[in-house]
Each structure stands twice: as C-alpha cells, then as structure tokens.
Design a protein around this ligand. Sequence first.
Ligand code: IDP
Ligand code: MG
Length: 146
Amino acid sequence: MTEPTTPAIERTLILVKPDGVRRGLTGEILRRVEAKGYTLAAVDLQHATPDQLATHYAEHEGKPFYAPLVEFMLSGPTLAVIAEGQGVIAGFRSLAGATDPTVAAPGTIRGDMARDWGLKVQQNLVHGSDSPESAEREIAIWFPGR
Ligand code: IDP
Ligand code: MG
C-alpha cells in the first residue's frame, strides 16, 4: 500500500466579498476557516480600488459578468485574509463550495449562506485562490510585501 501523501503547507488569499461584510458574516466565515485547522496570517478590511480589482480579476476581463463583478466589489468593504495550512488552497475552495451559490452543496459557505441576489453577477460571499501561482499573485495585490 502506498503511503498517503501529505499536502504541502501553502498560503491562500481569501476575500469575504462586500455581500458577506454587509450581512455580518465575516465572523462565521473566519470561524469555519479556523475550525478546519487553518491559520490566519493576515486579516485586513479594505475598500478595494478599481485598479486593484482590474489586476485581481484580469482573467475575467471581457466576460459578460466582468463589469457587474467589479461594480459589486466596489460596493462596500471586503475582508482580505491570508490563510495558511496544509493544502489550504484546495481546502478553502472546498469549504467555499461551487461558484454558483444556488447549487453549491449544503455544508459549504456558499451553499449554506448565499443565494444569487445579483442580477448580473453571482454574489457568492467569498473568493479563494485557485492555485499556488494565483495565491502568490493575489496576495501581492491585497497585501503588498507579504
Ligand atoms: P470562483 O470565485 O469560484 O473562483 P470564477 O470563475 O473565478 O469563480 O469567477 C469569479 C467571480 O465572478 C465569481 O466568484 C462570481 O462572483 C462571478 N462569476 C463567475 N461566473 C459568473 C457567471 O457566469 N455569472 C455571473 N457571475 C459570475
Ligand atoms: Mg476564481
């Protein structure tokens, strides 16, 4: 039998988007991250700028939901978080659930606490980096120098 592989210790960028901050869900979302065993390395409430969002969401430029997404992300403060732990990149995306909150599984952040309140953009409470490269790129945007 092969030994189970131990996931690498990683860090990821988590954002509690403006819908989550407005609804008072930052504590519940961070509670789930900590309960899973991940460590919070940095937490900062920020009002994102258009430049910051253009860089963060560059991969989505040109898609129909891009402009509404940026507008939504400018609509209020976002809680930016660096979380650390074994396999935290995939692990947080698993905690978050599917992008579309209507069908995200119960037990996930999006499945339990979001439905689609945006007409043109999915307001799905959280962002999580999707790869080690994305994590480092995104951490540099929200936490320069970290
Ligand atoms: P992710 O946040 O699950 O990684 P992405 O595909 O990276 O999903 O999309 C970034 C964000 O853009 C999503 O979290 C959601 O808020 C929004 N979004 C993605 N796809 C759609 C769509 O088809 N319609 C409306 N909004 C979308
Ligand atoms: Mg994404």
